[in-house]
Design a protein around this ligand. Sequence first.
Ligand code: NAD
Length: 445
Amino acid sequence: MKVGIIGTGYVGLPTGVGLAELGHDVVCIDKDIAKIKTLQSGKATLYEEGLDELLQKNFSNNKIKFTTSMEEGIKGADVVLLAVGTPPHPVTKEADLQYIFAAAEELAEYLTGYTVVAVKSTVPVGTGDKVETLIKKTNPTADVDIISVPEFLREGYAVKDFFNPDRIVIGSNTERAKKVMAELYSYFADKTEILYVNRRSSETIKYASNAFLAVKIHYINEMANFCEQTGADINEVAKGMGLDKRIGNRFLNAGPGYGGSCFPKDTMAMAYIARQYGVNMSIIENVIKENANRKKQMAHRILETISDIPQARIAVLGLAFKEGTDDCRESPAMDIINELLAHGATITAYDPQAMENAKKILGEKISYAPDAYSATEKADALAILTEWPEFKSLNLNKVSICMKNKNIVDCRNMLNKEQAVALGFNYSCIGYDYHVASKYLKQVA
Ligand code: NAD
């Protein structure tokens, strides 16, 4: 099938490459000229494991093309996927749909023959109706169905998730659009659940899922706070909870709060939509507020370890919002670093993939080290903010020689506590703290 994809970001590019690998003829369109130039040279514009190789293969086989021309990408397409950004509005925090509407208007005039326009971007319930009105107004004779096909891939696992999705949701109000999508996704027919629902349900499934996951993350973070005060160990508690199939063991890692380009904006958008419809979403509203607080609390936990050290230096390991990606959008590390800077700290940071993107946000406010050990040179405290696997195998002996003062705040519970303590580190992690616990137990006794 001929597929046009509008937007070559974290969703559009892996999706395009994946569909090309499945044998479809894909044209990816982006208005960002620099991105398209890089892609036209056969190189990926973002880091995802396996993406570069798959892109090069399909690019040289002519299965995927890149263009800035809407006409080139849309003409003759059976399916057009809309994968542009839906960032939060700076004031209201609702999903800003300007890129969706602009793209819909632009694509409308180039539609030829019957086309399914599938909205992959995360959009508020009812957006499909508005896109439909806009396309039909711009091109009244277009033979088109507008459907919702939300994306569930996880950054850091985008390629893997494309080929092994938990489910594919298709929100279509027409039978013929369903048929076209069944053909597009025929590779998955006997591998995964393909759920056909109405368009508004589909739009809601995406927000409801992300908000639920954000609540789950915040729930385990609150449990971690509880464990720190009571002598329980959050790692053991999470394991015990996760063995219950009704709960599941994923998203139960206590940490510095959720971030990234989806959960923060999608929870805010969901809360906004609910307010518009007069529906009480107190859980989500509260999680949004408390998750923001959590990042501040993490910064103060780090600051506490250096409170007696004038002009303290902090080494930060991890800038991306999670492992496996170079994406720093709404990364907890960005908020924590800004809070540390506001309190006068000097910071040297290292991330295996996200340094360039972090520089775009933090600029010269911090220094950047070429590797983890250089970041810890002469540092008074080390903060681990992203769960990159390479941090798990840090040579703590070497770190202890590099550092001036031996303080570690491990916001991802990655290091071996016993080893750190044996090497003389003042080591603190999340949801498991003998010091606080013993203080509490003494009080109880
Ligand atoms: P992104 O910002 O990485 O990419 C969007 C791209 O669209 C940009 O390259 C931009 O230049 C391009 N674009 C915008 N308007 C355009 C136009 N009129 N014509 C051509 N190109 C245009 O965004 P993303 O992270 O890929 O997210 C896209 C959507 O998918 C969002 O709604 C997001 O919420 C949703 N989503 C994202 C993820 C994720 O992990 N990032 C997961 C699931 C869903």
